[in-house]
Design a protein around this ligand. Structure first.
Ligand code: FNR
Length: 380
């Protein structure tokens, strides 16, 4: 309605309302480097395409003549009331696309009431992002540092800065084979290395022979060695349970047995995700993994979903497959690159408005009534 009313005065939206067009527009305005970082996926891009295909293949079966006049998009996730089943996914090094980086994205999330998940690899220290958000809902994403002192320090800082849930990303014990980054020798990273949380960390700094300013190269190498730990296995999760007393969600789950192991390890939830197709080339489309995970642990864990969400109907489909809420990554990174905080708010508002319409036009007044019977799957 707002767009329609503004249109009567000749004003049209500053950014496209079809969010799938944002990548091309960002490439035109910001050039191939920043877009290569955001759009880049593993291998030949087959996993990122599988994410879209897995959602596209599922089709909504709308219902009619049901009471949809007043709708309520709110859901409860991890014991928190959220205004809608949407959160901003952790995206590292946002200074590559905009100088206001994570603070602008976090402010946009706060303004629209959706949780912001701050990446460990942010270009802004977590305390600064927290300050930009006031008391709005924020979760901290952990790339689990190799040094337990640094890991403990991150958890303490995140708790002190008001991050309520911990999202532990486990599909990235090392970076995937991403040709668009490799071909540019990770050049964009030089403009905004995601080291802010590390360089600002007392435990991290204690591990350096010389202060960061005196030997920045050694500090970056220390970060690279610290960033993630391919030696971690299931029993290590006890460390997190011991040092974090809020909800813990494991991100990057695709196999139902891993979901069961997460539940057995006392975790609170999982994010079914293939990291937006950036890690394993040739992996299963995330929406194809979702129903199997829900069947395995839907009654024991909170199941969230990401990888490939671009539209309101995608959100509807993920919920119909059993997710309680979805995260969105690339679209808001493009929104940020194109128009800072306002661009991220545009993306959130478009997604929620389109989800609201899809809900109503499919015969639902709340997310709670969406179920498997609202979808059919076309043959591949
Ligand atoms: C990511 N993702 C990510 N995940 C994470 O846990 N920590 C991180 O620092 C990052 N960084 C990151 C950077 C960029 C540029 C992208 C595109 C993605 C993955 C992210 O949280 C999410 O899983 C995907 O982005 C979801 O897929 P879509 O929405 O981008 O298709």
């Amino acid at each position: 309605y707002e767009i329609y009313l503004n249109g009567m005065t000749g004003a049209v939206p500053r950014l496209p309302t079809d969010l799938t067009r944002l990548e091309e527009l960002t490439e035109q305005r910001l050039g191939p480097g920043p877009v290569g970082y955001v759009a880049g996926s593993a291998g030949d891009g087959s996993t990122a395409r599988a994410n879209r295909d897995a959602l596209r293949r599922r089709r909504i079966v709308p219902r009619i003549l049901r009471e949809v006049h007043e709708r309520d998009l709110s859901v409860e996730v991890l014991g928190r009331a959220l205004p809608a089943p949407l959160a901003l996914a952790p995206v590292g090094v946002l200074s590559i696309v905009h100088p206001d980086a994570e603070c602008a994205a976090a402010r946009a999330a706060a303004a629209q009431g959706v949780p912001y998940i701050l990446s460990s690899a942010s270009s802004t220290p977590m305390e600064q992002v927290a300050e930009a958000m006031g008391d709005a809902e924020r979760w901290f994403q952990l790339y689990w540092p190799k040094d337990p002192e640094v890991a403990r320090s991150f958890l303490n800082r995140a708790k002190a800065a008001g991050f309520s849930a911990l999202v532990v990303t486990l599909d990235t014990p090392m970076l995937g084979w991403r040709p668009r980054d490799l071909d540019r020798a990770y050049l964009p990273f030089l403009h905004g290395v995601g080291t802010a949380n590390y360089f600002s960390d007392p435990a991290f700094r204690a591990g350096l022979a010389k202060p960061v300013q005196e030997d920045p190269n050694a500090a970056v190498m220390h970060f690279v060695g610290m960033f993630a730990d391919p030696a971690k296995t299931w029993p290590d999760l006890a460390f997190l349970r011991e040092h974090w007393d809020g909800p813990i969600v494991l991100k990057g789950i695709l196999h139902p047995d891993d979901a069961r192991a997460a539940a057995d390890a006392g975790m609170d939830g999982v994010v079914v995700s293939n990291h937006g197709g950036r890690q394993v080339a040739g992996a299963i489309g995330a929406a194809d993994a979702l129903p199997r995970v829900v069947e395995a642990v839907g009654d024991r864990l909170t199941v969230l979903f990401d990888s490939g969400i671009r539209t309101g109907d995608d959100i509807f489909k993920a919920l119909a497959l059993g997710a309680q809420a979805v995260l969105v990554g690339r679209p808001y990174a493009y929104g940020l690159g194109l128009d800072g905080q306002a661009g991220v708010e545009h993306v959130i508002r478009c997604l929620l408005a389109e989800f609201d319409l899809t809900l109503a036009l499919s015969g639902h007044a709340t997310p709670a009534t969406i179920g498997p019977a609202d979808l059919i799957e076309e043959s591949a």
